[in-house]
Every structure is written in C-alpha cells, then in structure tokens.
Design a protein around this ligand. Structure first.
Ligand code: ATP
Ligand code: MG
Length: 138
C-alpha cells in the first residue's frame, strides 16, 4: 500500500478558477500536501510526461492542452494514496464519473478533465520527481 501520489490540476481547471475548490476536495478527503507549485509545461515537457500515450491518436491534442497554460502540480500523502486518489478524481470521461468526484464536479470532457492522478506507486514516484526536487518536498 502506497502513501504518496502525484497530481496536477490541469489547465482547464486553473483557467476556470477551480484551484481552490479542487484543493478543498483534496483536503476534505484527508490528503496531506507534501509538495505543491504553479508551473507551466512546455509542449516538449508535456510530451515527456505523457510519453506512455505517444502512440495514441489523442497524444498531440493532449500535449497541446497540457502545455496551454499553468497547472498546479502536487504530491499528496495518505494511506493507500494512489488508489484512494483515483477514486476521488473519478473516471477519465466525466460523463462516466460518479457523483462526489472531482471530475464529475469540474471536468468538461474526456480531454479536458480537470485533474491528473498517478495510476501506480511506481509512476507516482517518477511523476513526483519529474516536477519536484528533494528540497521542494515536505
Ligand atoms: P490522467 O493520466 O491525466 O490522470 P487517466 O489516467 O484517467 O488520466 P489516461 O488513459 O492516462 O487517463 O489518459 C491520459 C489523459 O489523456 C486523460 O486524462 C485525458 O486528458 C487524455 N485522454 C485520454 N483519452 C482521451 C481521448 N479518447 N480523447 C482525448 N483525450 C483523451
Ligand atoms: Mg493516466
């Protein structure tokens, strides 16, 4: 069982003014913020972050969207963090996201879905290290 995960509040949710609302949902669900910053990925950095999807038809669109404006990157701590955070964010497609999830509340489409959550302990560690140095984690 992992106790850390990595998240990004995506450019759509930052643009819509939902940083505070989403952080409140994260806080209310019992996650502790270990690291956090407002940052903007270049097209190249977004491509590197989502390299696992490089063969998918939506890859170009995904990289353009993720580099279209600032994101809030954060590392979160809680027992069973990866799995519990995936439950809190809800399905990739907001039309399928359950009531009470972040994507149900704030995502507008499968592409612009408000928030990212790591899908494994291994990826949580890789993605956290992609955005933060050791001195930025508490
Ligand atoms: P994330 O990795 O951002 O937390 P996820 O794990 O729920 O999302 P993935 O399958 O990893 O979903 O897809 C990564 C991202 O690619 C999605 O969050 C979404 O922004 C985008 N994406 C996925 N499928 C599609 C699609 N069919 N059309 C457009 N964009 C898509
Ligand atoms: Mg994913």
């Amino acid at each position: 069982m992992s106790n850390r995960t990595f998240t990004m509040i995506k450019p759509d949710a930052v643009r819509a003014g939902n940083i505070g609302n989403i952080l409140k949902m994260i806080n209310d669900a019992g996650f502790r913020i270990v690291a956090m910053k407002l940052s903007k990925m270049s097209m190249e950095r977004a491509g590197e972050f989502y390299a696992v999807h490089s063969e998918r038809p939506f890859y170009g669109e995904l990289c353009e969207f993720m580099s279209s404006g600032p994101i809030v990157a954060a590392i979160l701590e809680k027992d069973n963090a990866v799995e519990d955070f995936r439950k809190l964010i809800g399905a990739t497609n907001p039309a399928q996201a359950e009531e009470g999830t972040i994507r149900k509340a704030y995502a507008t489409s499968v592409g612009e879905n408000a928030v990212h959550g790591s899908d494994s302990d291994e990826n949580a560690a890789i993605e956290g290290a992609f955005h933060f140095s050791g001195t930025e984690m508490f």
